[in-house]
Design a protein around this ligand. Structure first.
Ligand code: ADP
Ligand code: MG
Length: 468
């Protein structure tokens, strides 16, 4: 029989001191949250005026959906981990039917290869899905492309990739129009009859899907592999964009908040950033999103092991390789820590299990508080005194599956706004990127002439809250 390593905890007091210090390093005080929100507003203001800013505030060329949109659409959603292909009929009044919905894993080699290979793979998946589901190619010819990376949108159906994020480093795509790249791949695969009607991202699609069924929806958030948010902005507030002169009313603006610098990074954040593929970029994403939480927790655990405070100083395989601990493992093992057994770490003492669990709590709670601070910043930008109802459409496994995450987000809103926090609802939107992309495509033509009334609060720029 295989020899089992027996892990026992080190004497208690040092462990407690370490954990208390780590908790302090990851803690963001109430004052800290308010500073983050004020800083966020300043960066929004700068981004909307095309000044240098950590928030790009990208116009999406998509207006507010009315919920009445109809039509038949194919949709592709390139997220961070998966590729989804959908076939959707919008029936109006918030109703839709899905004719097909398939998920494909993006082979890791394609995430760092050549652009043509990635786009050929996407076209292959679309083709396979259409054939397998016997989709009528005479009806479903309009394609909505959800491409969830920072894009400088040139129109509703064209846009250049600014830079890759979430571990992608595919050559020949940055600076190029991704619609042209997918159109070329479709042509190579004999699918030239498919027309790319809209380019959008998961955040805008999630918001559009939320709006389709709920007129109070004015913000979309992603908490998955990466993190991002968009909201409905008045055209008058979007400055230095001559291409928007003909637009009236509101437009979805993509904040690209993953790149926001919350200014509260600790040494673990700096270690993670320094060793990442994109140092000094995507600060907020690296503190918040599913791609990074496991790694942050691992860095804390490794330090505990090195100090002899955990596992008797033996660094087990699962913790010794960068990114070997995933956020999914953190989420699924909150109570039982079953993953320790999966990695042949039997007989881990109850005290050590508790330490690991405490590290997971510290890291995941900061993520939830920051995500919620971002939501508070955007909502209070739209409506400084939270006078209106706001539905926030949220997609992503971190939000939907991490135990306790949503409750922690709500606690922060209550800390900031007391009873008025109840005016802000979170609505999980699964399939958001597919349905919402179809909604964006359907709304595309009509949106810039839309006469839907503005539903916005008086113009108040900076944050206020009713504490103290
Ligand atoms: P994408 O962002 O690629 O669209 P998801 O929204 O499913 O996909 O997010 C995937 C990310 O969510 C993974 O990187 C992982 O870190 C995290 N994740 C996956 N499953 C869970 C889970 N059960 N609990 C918490 N986080 C998870
Ligand atoms: Mg997604």
């Amino acid at each position: 029989m295989k020899n089992k390593v027996k892990y026992r905890s080190a004497p208690g007091v040092d462990v407690e001191v370490f954990l208390a210090d780590a908790a302090e390093e990851f803690k963001i005080s109430h004052v800290g949250i308010i500073e983050i929100i004020q800083n966020f507003h300043r960066e929004m203001e700068r981004g909307l005026g095309r000044e240098e800013s950590t928030l790009k505030m990208l116009p999406s060329f998509a207006g507010r959906p009315s919920g009445k949109e109809t039509g038949d659409f194919l949709a592709i959603d390139l997220g961070g981990t998966n590729l989804r292909v959908l076939c959707i009929s919008l029936e109006g009044n918030g109703r839709y039917s899905l004719k097909a919905a398939e998920r494909f894993v993006i082979p890791p080699a394609l995430m760092g290869g050549q652009g043509a290979a990635l786009f050929d793979y996407i076209a292959d998946c679309l083709k396979a899905s259409v054939e397998r589901n016997k989709i009528n190619a005479c009806i479903f010819q309009e394609l909505a492309f959800t491409f969830s990376f920072p894009v400088e949108q040139l129109s509703i159906s064209s846009g250049k990739l600014i830079q890759w994020t979430k571990g992608f480093t595919v050559a020949g795509v940055e600076g190029n129009d991704v619609v042209q790249l997918i159109a070329e791949a479709l042509k190579r695969k004999g699918l030239e009859f498919i027309h790319v009607a809209a380019l959008t991202n998961d955040t805008a699609s999630t918001l559009a899907a939320g709006c389709y069924g709920d007129p109070a929806c004015d913000m979309g958030v992603i908490l998955g592999t990466g993190t991002n948010a968009c909201y409905l902005e008045r055209i008058a507030r979007i400055r230095e964009r001559p291409e928007l002169t003909d637009w009236r009313g509101e437009m979805i603006v993509n904040t690209e908040w993953g790149n926001f610098d919350a200014g509260c990074d600790n040494r673990f954040d700096r270690m993670l950033d320094g060793a990442s593929l994109n140092p000094k970029k995507q600060h907020f994403e690296k503190m918040v999103s599913g791609m990074y939480l496991g790694e942050l927790a691992r860095l804390v655990i490794v330090e505990m092991v090195e100090k002899g405070l955990l596992f008797e100083g033996i660094n087990p395989a699962v913790f010794s390789v960068a990114y070997s601990l995933t956020t999914e493992q953190m989420a699924k093992t909150k109570e039982a820590m079953a993953f320790l057994n999966d990695f042949s770490m039997h007989d881990v003492s109850a005290a050590d299990r508790r330490c690991v669990s405490e590290v997971f709590r510290i890291v995941s709670e900061r993520s939830a508080r920051l995500a919620s601070a971002g939501i508070a910043a955007v909502v209070s930008w739209m409506d400084a005194d939270i006078e209106l109802l706001h539905t926030i459409a949220i997609d992503g496994s971190l939000f939907q599956k991490y135990p306790g995450y949503q409750a922690c987000m709500r606690t922060l809103l209550s800390e900031l706004y007391g009873e008025r926090a109840n005016r802000i609802s979170f609505v999980p939107v699964s399939d958001g990127s597919g349905i919402g992309a179809a909604v964006v495509a359907a709304v595309a033509d009509a949106s810039h002439t839309s006469s839907s009334p503005l539903r916005v609060a008086p113009d108040k720029v900076f944050y206020r809250c009713d504490t103290e």
